[in-house]
Ligand binder design. Sequence first.
Ligand SMILES: Cc1cc2nc3c(=O)[nH]c(=O)nc-3n(C[C@H](O)[C@H](O)[C@H](O)COP(=O)(O)OP(=O)(O)OC[C@H]3O[C@@H](n4cnc5c(N)ncnc54)[C@H](O)[C@@H]3O)c2cc1C
Length: 353
Amino acid sequence: MKRVVLVGGGYGGVKTLLGLLSQTLSDNIHITVIDRNPFRSLKTEFYAIAAGTSADHDVRVDFPDDSRIKYVFREITKIDVENKQIIIQDEDSIVPYDYLIIGLGCEDNYHGIPGAEEYTESVQTFTKARKAGVAVGNLKAYGKVSVIGAGLSGIEVASEIRESRPDLNIRLLDRGDTVLKTLDSKIQDYVERWMTENNVDVIHNSTVEYVEQDGVCNNGVCYLNDVTIWTAGVQPNRLVRELPYTKDRHGKVAVNDFYQVPEDPSVYVLGDCASSEYSPSAQLAGLQGEQIAEILLAVLNDKQPKKPKPIKLKGTLGSLGKSDGFGNMAKKPMTGLLPRIAKSGVLWLSKRH
Ligand SMILES: Cc1cc2nc3c(=O)[nH]c(=O)nc-3n(C[C@H](O)[C@H](O)[C@H](O)COP(=O)(O)OP(=O)(O)OC[C@H]3O[C@@H](n4cnc5c(N)ncnc54)[C@H](O)[C@@H]3O)c2cc1C
């Protein structure tokens, strides 16, 4: 028997799963998928949950229904690579594996800033994004929201909250001297203008010193605040950070050309958990998942896997509310309705896969 266990059914994990299921599998291959949720969460849309502009139902998708898969919907508490088994919360059982695919995504990195973990809301899990949505939704008229971090998710969170609640005072604290530091200056200028026109106060060159229940202190100035949302950095899932494997400086597991852990080649790592030359994204995780499926199918059939082709990313798309956006399409910076429609199209496709 060959026991294949996939931990984390997110953007990368599901692509691996779909790739494996696309082939006829011999009866001795047993696939188990473990995720805390009994559905696939579309994390790229969690900003809309935090802003209260989408319902849960809109950002979750059923897992593939296939008799060849066993699902375990539980919280994983440890990956025991020494004994090749997964430990699950609230269950006496453990899940042993011969081949393991790790796609557990990432979580917030608070960079050791006092109060950040205790007093900020998050958009990194469904539960946390929902909690942020309740906090924002319950604010009284003219309440104050600070979003910390002006990368893609911070911009999407701040703009979506603006669209949802025109009365709120929204502040976006940005570490750099421009928002979206990895994108083209045309996009940066467009997004800055959008924020100004829509009364989102962008504070550049921020260095948040500490966070309190009712405020954020930045560069010696403390802002009174009702809700603070953290979008200022991520790190791989704790379960991955605890693994006894070689990691890069971000805590991501170093993998070879076949996404295998060099010191333990029966373990494959992808997406936000795997070291890569590219920035983490759903797109990257999905492409890696497709490649892992091909590699693993060869390995399971006792064949030598082909070295995967270099990854080609299509670009980034971001939203500014429901009818405005930005992105790099065909390597060209685009702003306005077109990239927003393209982003909705990508979501539509993800839901139908
Ligand atoms: C607000 C926001 C907007 C974003 N927008 C974009 C975008 O526009 N484009 C883009 O490409 N990327 C975007 N990203 C980044 C993207 O969501 C991630 O890079 C992507 O989800 C990574 O995929 P993954 O497969 O590695 O992990 P994920 O998709 O995060 O999947 C991880 C899975 O592991 C499960 N899991 C985690 N821990 C446990 C545990 N202990 N027990 C059981 N199950 C567990 C989770 O339930 C989840 O299903 C955005 C992120 C955020 C937060």
